[in-house]
Design a protein around this ligand. Structure first.
Ligand code: AHR
Length: 322
């Protein structure tokens, strides 16, 4: 295991990064570690906050951060990881765009004696020794919280409740898990049915486009369940353009709790938001330093999160960090 064998930081080679959107913060010190971070992209407000948290935490911890933006493409992330292996960074961290297809590149990192940390999203590799730890949210739990709220909210309603679902990126852990958790929770009420479900790729434009289509081809939509705030905000635009009132004519549940989402929640245009905390930077740097020093780290570090009603959003909005 890397945590038991890697003690000395490796020298950083002068090889240029070939990955998309690559940059070097240059914040490292001579005795600090070098981290190659392969980010998903810049698809959402959550992602922007997550990138900022990682860059700021690296700066504070004196970690030399090599950062790349994969523009939501797995092949770009694989290229970035291979580039970090060539550069002999001390540790690689990444948030996998999708769950599958990582074994080959993770084995290459292991062969090069470079430890890997998963952050935010999981991989489905059967061999969990390919990475040291996984830091991030419990997405199934997030979906469950969304479903539980709807079950409670619909308890007094008679008759069918038609739900349309805006899924995140196909094959991504949060899309798979938030769907699973939500579906499990709503089985408690047989009146609740998902009548349409499509990906909006975690973007505002994707959410708007898919919602426009749903509104045209699906009568009597009662609820939108969006796997993130951005898609929910896109859906709001489509609902308003169709002459309906979001939050009243159609209830909206989202995940993330970024500023824009919380603002819409406080205005009653979203009805409930399950929090997904993007501020992972500080914990990631702590884990990276331990892993490189050969110290034991937990296999899984779950982020603590809550959920918000409109009233709660009004109370916390001013103090939200992202
Ligand atoms: O992986 C976390 C998810 O990715 C966030 O919920 C979403 O906004 C982002 O794009």
């Amino acid at each position: 295991m890397f945590k038991k064998t890697l003690v000395t930081a490796l020298a950083v080679s002068a090889l240029a990064l070939s990955a998309c959107g690559a940059s070097d913060s240059g914040s490292g010190t001579d005795d600090g570690i070098t981290m190659g971070f392969a980010q998903v992209g810049a698809e959402s407000g959550w992602r922007t906050a997550n990138t900022k948290s990682i860059q700021e935490a690296a700066e504070t911890a004196g970690v030399d951060l090599k950062f790349s933006d994969a523009q939501q493409k797995q092949e770009n992330q694989i290229k970035a990881i291979r580039s970090y292996i060539q550069q002999k960074v001390d540790v690689i961290a990444f948030s996998p765009v999708v769950e599958s297809g990582w074994d080959t590149v993770l084995k290459e990192a292991r062969d090069a004696d470079i430890p890997v940390i998963l952050t935010d999203r999981a991989v489905d590799s059967a061999d969990t020794s390919l990475y040291q730890t996984f830091l991030g949210s419990d997405f199934v739990e997030e979906g469950k919280k969304a479903g539980d709220w709807l079950v409670q909210d619909s308890a007094a309603t008679e008759g069918p409740v038609n739900i349309v679902e805006l899924q995140g990126t196909t094959g991504a852990a949060p899309a798979i898990d938030r769907k699973e958790g939500f579906e499990a929770a709503i089985t408690a009420d047989p009146d609740l049915t998902i009548v349409q479900s499509q990906t909006g790729d975690f973007t505002r434009s994707g959410g708007k486009q898919v919602m426009e289509a749903f509104l045209k081809n699906t009568p009597d939509i009662d609820v939108v369940y969006a796997h993130n705030d951005d898609m929910g905000l896109g859906a709001i635009e489509a609902i308003e353009a169709a002459g309906k009132v979001p939050g009243v004519d159609i209830k909206i549940i989202t995940v993330d709790a970024v500023k824009d989402g919380m603002t819409a929640l406080s205005e009653g245009r979203i009805n409930y938001i399950v929090e997904c905390n993007p501020l992972l930077g500080e914990q990631l740097m702590e884990l990276a330093e331990k892993v490189v020093a050969g110290e034991e780290v937990p296999e899984r570090v779950v982020t603590e999160e809550t959920a918000f009603t409109p009233e709660q959003a009004k109370e916390v909005l001013a103090s939200r960090e992202y």
